[in-house]
Ligand binder design. Structure first.
Ligand SMILES: Cc1cc2nc3c(=O)[nH]c(=O)nc-3n(C[C@H](O)[C@H](O)[C@H](O)COP(=O)(O)O)c2cc1C
Length: 215
């Protein structure tokens, strides 16, 4: 089977992605391929394009084994080719970080210096006064969008994934000395499925939607 399939049909991808819990433990993904998928995931939008996501990637069996008890014995953390822990950098909501990104847009000819200054000042005004809880909520939004795109990008290459919150964030942070400024968003296992996912259902659109303000 081709490991890379950039022509995979978008509708097939969104309809066939399921949370897979059984993986071929002999299947390896290269660092290069994981980086490509991360790069595609990072095409996701983020508030003010601040790119707050950070990643801890685990491919080493010894490191993945440490995740097993932390993830309450979920076998996929051991068997999947890689575990991606999506984090958010609380220091991303700063003028310094905005400038780091927007200067690249200026250099690429996408933005003038004047626009860069306006955006950077906006970051100061908008994010500067936000409290920690609000910033964490933004992190969850930006990281959630990123995570979804990661799972679809992986699926387009013939890999399966599972998003996971079933792990002890406290134990994870202690084990891997996660710095204070990084908040945990989601763990994602990615690899070659060795068995099918459970089929799942969804509520109907009409059950969850109102139109034009009528509840
Ligand atoms: C935020 C989040 C956390 C999840 N955590 C776990 C988990 O720890 N273990 C697990 O087996 N599934 C986990 N799931 C997978 C869900 O159970 C799954 O997405 C849902 O049942 C729908 O199934 P599907 O993804 O196959 O369509 C999680 C999903 C999300 C979105």
């Amino acid at each position: 089977m081709k490991t890379e399939n950039r022509t995979a049909d978008f509708y097939d991808i969104i309809r066939s992605r399921r949370s897979v819990r059984t993986y071929d433990s002999s299947a390896k993904m290269t660092e290069g391929e994981l980086k490509e998928i991360l790069e595609e995931a990072m095409l996701a939008p983020s508030g003010t394009n601040l790119n707050p996501w950070r990643f801890m990637v685990f491919t080493d069996p010894a490191e993945k084994a440490k995740l097993f008890p932390i993830a309450f014995g979920q076998q996929q953390v051991v068997d999947a080719s890689a575990i991606i822990v999506v984090l958010g950098d609380m220091n991303a909501y700063t003028v310094e970080n905005a400038n780091r990104i927007n200067q690249r847009a200026v250099d690429a000819g996408y933005m003038t210096d004047e626009v860069k200054d306006i955006i950077n000042n906006g970051v100061e005004n908008y994010y500067g006064s936000a409290n920690e809880q609000t910033k964490k909520e933004w992190q969850m939004l930006d990281g959630g969008l990123l995570a979804m795109q990661f799972m679809l990008a992986a699926k387009a290459r013939g890999y399966d994934t599972i998003p996971m919150l079933g792990y002890s964030i406290e134990q994870f942070r202690n084990e891997f000395n996660v710095p204070e400024n990084l908040v945990n968003i989601l763990m994602i296992a990615v690899g070659k499925a060795s068995g099918p996912a459970y089929p799942t259902v969804r509520l109907g659109v009409d059950e969850v939607t109102t139109w034009n303000g009528v509840v």
